[in-house]
Ligand binder design. Structure first.
Ligand SMILES: C[S@@+](CC[C@H](N)C(=O)[O-])C[C@H]1O[C@@H](n2cnc3c(N)ncnc32)[C@H](O)[C@@H]1O
Length: 219
């Protein structure tokens, strides 16, 4: 059974109730209903209610490794586009997004920072050609009731040789959703090299929710 992620202290009741609902998602249908209900207020809940830091941490980690600002970057589980906004603020100009939730991406479109936004399921084969992206970024989507490590092979497939995978994985799902085993397998096979593994707090009031990871694709 998946251990559920903890709710940070000191946040308003409405925000913590929505986060509790997000961490309790079990089926794809639960998740789609949650994000349909939440899309319009997600940014306010996450940024103002919870002090959500993860998109900025992911974008900053990307900037420490990918120098070419015009190189194509794919934001998977992009939601309302918080990672895209942070990456664009750091100068990236060619950002695509993929998410299962059309209502969340309706908000992302309005940011005007994505080149293409695509409705897609990370647990299925992705509709992209191989070796097209210089980086894949992902914040907050490898978490309880969301996406498991079965997507990692597809993410590696669409990355260019020498490309970067920059993501967060919540501690609650590191083992249970297969990330520990999945990354070990890809590193042992020579497909990925570990570059950064750091414990981070996802919110201003929490200190250690998950891992921030940077992997380099083999050339
Ligand atoms: C917590 S939100 C994170 C959104 C954004 N990355 C952020 O940090 O604000 C999780 C996102 O994962 C998406 N998601 C969940 N399951 C998915 C799947 N199987 N394929 C693609 N996206 C999925 C949800 O629709 C939601 O937008």
């Amino acid at each position: 059974m998946t251990e559920h992620a903890a709710i940070p202290e000191g946040v308003d009741e409405q925000s913590s109730a929505l986060l509790r609902r997000a961490y309790a998602v079990v089926t794809t249908e639960d998740g789609q209903q949650l994000y349909q209900d939440w899309a319009a207020t997600y940014d306010a809940t996450m940024l103002e209610g919870l002090g959500y830091l993860t998109p900025r941490l992911v974008a900053e980690a990307l900037a420490q490794h990918l120098n070419a600002l015009d190189a194509p970057v794919l934001d998977v589980g992009c939601g309302t586009g918080l990672v895209g906004a942070e990456a664009a603020a750091l100068g990236y100009t060619t950002i695509d997004g993929l998410d299962l939730s059309a209502p969340m991406m309706t908000v992302a479109v309005q940011r005007g920072v994505y080149r293409h936004l695509l409705e897609g399921d990370l647990t299925q084969p992705l509709p992209m050609a191989s070796r097209v992206y210089a980086a894949v970024v992902c914040a907050g989507t490898f978490t309880s009731g969301h996406v498991d490590a079965s997507c990692l092979d597809e993410l590696v497939r669409i990355l260019r040789p020498d490309g970067w995978l920059v993501c967060t994985v919540h501690h609650a799902v590191w083992e249970s959703l297969g990330f520990a085993a999945g990354f070990t397998r890809l590193v042992d096979a020579g497909a990925l090299a570990p570059v950064v593994e750091a414990d981070i707090g996802y919110y201003v009031n929490s200190s250690n929710d998950g891992r921030l990871l940077v992997y380099r694709v083999a050339d």
